[in-house]
Design a protein around this ligand. Structure first.
Ligand code: NAI
Length: 308
């Protein structure tokens, strides 16, 4: 199993580290445009191999895509992250050009690759890959909801004073501060609705904190987060690599599901060896449906900024 990660920055390197620690891939190739940067990150990570006990071979390359040939899975994290006060949408100009050229180079050397798009604005970047490549739709996956759901579960566990392993919850919709739809009605602690444990006001606070989860960390760190994003990407890679048939909210091309089409937005999908093996249609109530519709309108507006 060969995995390529383009962008050896904060998220890309963290993702490579978690993939290596989980020890399911034989090879991880890091690619970056900065001279020697990916090679340096790869060397640093390889020097943890005997300490952490993994056998994954990590190599780096400065923009030489021949090194990525025959990758099974590739992750695109190349691009600029946001700074405090910026929205993800403000990154579109620079990142669209990068994502378009990177996805073309990856597919040239690995025509059967499954792509995971991370660069922001992620739903629009995922849509861009659909529009500009010939990859089948099941092989183009945007990562956002897995991270947003992890942040939702963290916030719920804090509010309920419960371990995260007891909490289940999901965030669908666009990966933006205004687009996320945390499904509070369906969130549970050991199958019991969270509304049994905390007030509606507290649940609303959790929901709001989840939506600005990325912005909160960007303000604290001076740049966007990397541990949870890297861990979320590694979970998607593992689900595909190990054919786990696990369900995650991911940005997927919709063609009528949820009454939406011609955009990529976060919905629950089953991930296995074929990438997106199924889009799961939840029974949403009217309020949730209208939030998702509003979120989709926001994503479509950003898509309209693409030069397609
Ligand atoms: P970073 O700045 O630490 O790393 C980005 C790397 O991409 C840099 O090393 C840069 O040299 C490289 N790069 C730029 N252009 C390239 C090209 N054409 N080819 C190869 N490499 C290139 O940024 P960070 O924090 O790792 O974030 C990466 C992206 O992921 C950003 O767009 C950020 O907004 C996004 N992100 C998305 C998340 C999500 O949930 N979808 C979560 C966190 C970040």
């Amino acid at each position: 199993m060969k995995v390529t990660i383009v962008g050896a920055g904060a998220v890309g390197a963290s993702c490579a580290e978690y993939i290596a620690i989980k020890n399911f891939a034989s090879e991880v190739v890091l690619v970056d445009i900065k001279e020697d940067y990916a090679e340096g990150k790869a060397m640093d990570l390889m020097q943890t191999s005997s300490l952490l006990g993994f056998d994954t071979r990590i190599t780096g390359s400065t923009n030489d895509y021949s090194k990525t040939a025959n990758s099974d899975i590739a992750v695109i994290t190349s691009g600029i992250p946001r700074k405090p006060g910026m929205t993800r949408e403000e990154l579109i100009g620079i990142n669209a050009d990068i994502v378009k050229s990177v996805s073309a180079s990856l597919i040239e050397h690995s025509p059967n690759v499954t792509l995971i798009v991370v660069s922001n604005p992620m739903d629009t970047m995922t849509y861009l890959v659909h529009k500009t490549t010939d990859l089948p739709k099941n092989k183009i996956i945007g990562m956002g909801g897995a991270l947003d759901s992890a942040r939702f579960k963290y916030r719920l566990s804090e509010a309920l004073d419960a371990p995260q392993s007891d909490i289940d919850g999901m965030v669908i919709g666009g990966h933006s501060d205004t687009g996320m739809v945390p499904l509070t009605r369906l969130a549970t602690r050991n199958s019991v609705p969270v509304s049994k444990f905390i007030s509606k006001e507290r649940i609303d606070e959790v929901s709001e904190a989840t939506k600005v989860g990325g912005a909160t960390l960007t303000k604290m760190l001076g740049t966007s987060a990397w541990y949870a994003p890297g861990a979320a990407v590694s979970s998607l890679v593992q689900a595909i690599a190990c054919d786990q048939k696990k369900m995650f909210p991911c940005s997927a091309l919709l063609e009528g599901e949820y009454g939406l089409s011609d955009l990529c937005i976060g919905v629950p999908v089953i991930l296995g060896k074929n990438g997106i093996e199924k889009i799961v249609e939840l029974e949403l109530d009217d309020a949730e449906k209208s939030k998702l519709k509003e979120s989709a309108e926001g994503v479509s507006k950003v898509n309209d900024l693409l030069d397609l």
